[in-house]
Design a protein around this ligand. Sequence first.
Ligand SMILES: Cc1cc2nc3c(=O)[nH]c(=O)nc-3n(C[C@H](O)[C@H](O)[C@H](O)COP(=O)(O)O)c2cc1C
Length: 346
Amino acid sequence: MYKGLIRPLLFRFGAERVHHWTVGALRIAGRTPGLRELLRRMFTLSDPRLEREVLGMRFPNPVGMAAGFDKDARVFRELGLLGFGFVEIGTVTPLPQPGNPRPRLFRLPKDRAIINRMGFNNFGMESAAENLRARGDRKRPIVGINIGKNTLTPNDQAPGDYLKLFRRLYELGDYFVVNVSCPNVAGLASLQTTDYLLSIVSPLLEFRQGQDTYKPILVKISPDLEQEALDGVLRIVTDTLVDGVVATNTTTSREGLHISRKRLDAIGKGGLSGGPLTSRALETIRYVRSKIGLSYPIIGTGGVMTPSDAIAMLDAGADLVQIYTGMIYNGPSFARKICKALLTRM
Ligand SMILES: Cc1cc2nc3c(=O)[nH]c(=O)nc-3n(C[C@H](O)[C@H](O)[C@H](O)COP(=O)(O)O)c2cc1C
């Protein structure tokens, strides 16, 4: 029904507009008791065999919503009703910011892909804190908080932004992701160099030491890193108390696309996600796993467009997987379908 009827209808409208409608519809459904129950029945699959013990927590299943869908923590609980075992909210920045000018979100249906240059549009950490608190602890999925610097913060002051976010949101998230790999914020990806990254994570680790509760910290990496730079990031993971890696963010590569050159040029810059990213993300995960060994969790994301892609990602060494573009192309039952496929494989 989704692919035959709903998707063709939705794809007639601008991608960002449809995103807002989706979030709006989820919010209404989440506040309507009958609908809430209906969503849960239709889309969630509870089975102890799907549970995973990762990062010191018990995930009800290994399928999560990737960062960028629920930037302001407005629908994380509703995403739980769609069968996601965990939701990564954000990227949250300290101050609200509008992001890049529109249009900034484009579908590439022939490639089952998306190009986005949203640029960390979000209402800032106070709004996220309020939403996380207001929507409280009652029945929520595991929530990761993806943090990033404001666009106007120069790179040499970036550590201050990450620390502000970590302190303010510490009690409100289950794990944290340091996002230094978004291609849509000028200069952000250069924070992946060893010195910069260390200057960002060290204050977070120090802050965490003084807390009563322990919140895992992961680093989200780009699929476009050269091997030497990637090795540098992984050394920080293994040499400090950073807990794991999220691999990968979107790519700036445009290799192997079916879309016409003319249309691609008209779209312009942005991070590519979905089908064209599948093999690159898998390759990165395999490499990261071989480098950091078995004791560091990897959350795999990038081009999971079918349940088999999710299984391949887990086989490549990911402990958990996240989807975003896959849900746009497969619809709201995609998390459940992946869970079903996992059970079938057992
Ligand atoms: C519209 C859009 C917005 C995104 N925003 C963010 C973001 O704010 N922070 C982030 O770390 N990743 C962001 N991402 C990247 C996703 O979290 C994910 O890493 C990437 O899309 C690859 O997964 P996919 O192929 O399943 O979409 C965004 C992706 C899309 C499509």
